[in-house]
Structures are given as C-alpha cells and as structure tokens.
Design a protein around this ligand. Structure first.
Ligand SMILES: Cc1cc2nc3c(=O)[nH]c(=O)nc-3n(C[C@H](O)[C@H](O)[C@H](O)COP(=O)(O)O)c2cc1C
Length: 332
C-alpha cells in the first residue's frame, strides 16, 4: 500500500469515527428531549401521565396491605394525593379503565380496613370520599390475594396458560437457602431467553453474602419490611461490549428485560419464590452497587431479583392488569 493510500484509509476511518460519535450524541440528545417531554418527571400534562401517577400511588398502598399486621394510617400523604387525583374530571370520565378501577378499589379497601378496626382516618380520608369512590365501583373491594405456600406452586408444572397466570411477585421469604444445584438448573432455563443476534449480553451475579444483600437493599429501598429474610439475590446485568450501533443503545435493556422474565418463569417452575426489584437509579448510585459486587464498568444493572422459599401464608398484590382494548391496537 502506498503511503498516500494509508493516509487516505486513516482519514476515512477517522471521519467515520467522528460521524459515529456525533450520531451517538445526537441520538442521546433526541432521547433526552423525548424523555423530557413525554416522561412524568417535569410535566403532568396528559391523561397517560395522570394515570401513571395514580398507578404509582395505588400500588404503594396495595403493598401496604401485604404485611401480616397492617400498620394503620399507613401512607397518609399517598391517600390524600390519590384521592385528589381520583376526583379529577378526566379521571372520572375514564373510570372504566382497568387501572382507574384498581385505584378506586384500593382506596375503598383502605377505608374499610380502617373502619372495621374503628381506626379514625376522617382527618385525611372523609367518609364522603369513600362513598364517592365506592359509587364508582361494582362493589368488589379486594386488593390483595391471600396465598399459601402449599398451593402457590400448584400450577407451576401445568400448561403455559395456567403456569404464567399463577406466577406473581412474592416477598415473604423464610430465609432458608435454595441449593446451588437448583440455582444452576434455574439458570439453564433462564438462558434460553432470546437476545439480539444471540449475543447474550446478560450475566447474573448471584449474591449469598447477607451483608452485601442488606447493603444493596439499603440503597434500593423498594423491599422495605421484606428484605430481612432475603438470603439470596440475583443481580442481572447487561454488558455494553456486545452492542455495535448507535441505534442499539437501548438494546441492553431489552435483552436484559427478556432475560429477567425468563428467569422469573424458571424460578416459578422450580417452585422458588421471587420478586423483581427495580434498579432505576442515576449513575452515582450505579457506582455504589458496582463497587459492592466488583462489577465491570461495561456492565449495566438491569434488575434485582431476590428469591427464596415462601412463608406458609403470605399476601400478594392484586396488580390488576389492563384490559386488552387498552393495550391491543389492531391495524388492518
Ligand atoms: C422492573 C421491575 C421492578 C420492580 N421493583 C419492585 C420493587 O422495587 N419492590 C417491589 O416490592 N416490587 C417490585 N416490582 C414488582 C411489581 O410490583 C410487580 O411485578 C407488579 O405489581 C405486577 O405484579 P406481579 O409480579 O405479582 O404479577 C418490580 C417489578 C418489575 C418488573
């Protein structure tokens, strides 16, 4: 190769790299703009965003009912905020949507749970609100499911319809350890998850060091009241090394998410209780877990999955799903 040709080749490569870098910056900028405009962080200016605020609040109340002995008057501020949202005209007009119905149900359940025990909550939740919310409903106040360890896994080896309908997030573990032999079988199934071009960017850290587990949940805070009995924890990560194009910048989350679902099913199949737990944090917090688990810089935490043997009796949230017409749009 002549010297001028070598120089030309280097220039061409350099130009390509600059072009890719500009494309990466532009794509993150557009992502950033869209997230700014359409996420719930800065403005609550669409019905979807209001519905999301409602889901967030009713789900936190729903979780308050899971404890064996309810801490009465829990989530006062959440109740006040949710009541305000549920009385909005646009929300009332959409009261048939599954998630709005679920919110009314949880609010009614909250009221009856307190009035049955003669706990006065009128200072923040008046009876008139209860009457209003119950009028919006066809009187079904259930917002938690009572489960028993003996029957919870009854459908875990049945056909997929019954299997998948029987899985739910459970948080009440005994603290007993699941054998590593079983964990290996779980991973054998979990890794059948598809990934882009079969690149398999996912790795799982399986943590059995209780000190580290406690430190992780002290940061994560999403399993308050349940983490004491967590003795084993999966931390699912995706490795950025496996992505080649700017357009793939979110692919690590997709492959990671698919893997997590497969992992949850594999755990259910082997009769192991689990609850996915978010890792929706800023980069500073990412550094903390990376240090705790000695992770590579290229790895991004996708999700935590605490696992364990279910306690004899436990409660799970109703987590009512949307109706098909809310999520299925047919294009013919
Ligand atoms: C990515 C992700 C993060 C979650 N984070 C938490 C969490 O931090 N704490 C918790 O108690 N539940 C958490 N959950 C469980 C959800 O509340 C639960 O999946 C949802 O209500 C649906 O209920 P189901 O899993 O019982 O079907 C999480 C679920 C997912 C998928």
């Amino acid at each position: 190769m002549k010297q001028s040709e070598g120089l030309f080749y280097k220039m061409k490569k350099y130009k390509e790299r600059v072009h890719l870098l500009l494309s990466l910056i532009k794509n993150y900028y557009v992502d950033c703009k869209l997230f700014y405009k359409h996420s719930n962080i800065f403005k609550q200016d669409t019905f979807g965003k209001i519905e999301a605020l409602i889901i967030l609040r009713y789900h936190s109340l729903e979780k308050g009912f899971l404890h064996d002995s309810i801490r009465y008057e829990f989530g006062k501020n959440v109740v006040i905020e949710l009541a305000k949202l549920l009385k909005r005209e646009d929300v009332i007009a959409n009261c048939n949507r599954s998630q709005i119905t679920a919110a009314y149900m949880v609010m009614c359940n909250y009221y009856t749970a307190h009035s049955e025990k003669n706990v006065d909550i009128s200072s923040y939740y008046p009876k008139s609100d209860f009457d209003f919310f119950s009028n919006m409903l066809a009187l079904n106040f259930l917002s938690v499911n009572d489960q028993q360890a003996t029957s919870y896994f009854d459908n875990s080896d049945k056909d997929f319809y019954h299997f998948s309908k029987s899985r739910c997030s459970m948080r009440d573990f005994t603290g007993e350890m699941v054998s590593f032999e079983t964990i290996e079988k779980v991973i054998e199934i979990a890794k059948t998850a598809p990934s882009v071009c079969n690149r398999q960017p996912v790795k799982v850290y399986f943590v059995e060091d209780k000190k580290i587990i406690d430190s992780v949940f002290a940061i994560q805070k999403g399993l308050k009241g349940y983490s004491d009995n967590v003795s084993q924890l999966f931390v699912v990560v995706s490795n950025r090394n496996y992505f080649y194009k700017v357009g793939e910048r979110s692919q690590l989350f997709i492959d990671g998410g698919i893997f997590v679902m497969n992992l949850l099913y594999a755990l259910h199949y082997y009769k192991i209780g689990a609850c996915p737990a978010h890792w929706g944090f800023n980069t500073d917090t990412d550094q903390q877990i990376k240090k705790l688990l000695n992770m590579k810089e290229a790895e991004k935490v996708i999700c935590l999955v605490p696992i364990g043997i279910p306690q004899n009796k436990f409660k799970t949230t109703l987590s009512l799903r949307r109706s098909n017409d809310e999520i299925l749009k047919r294009i013919t």
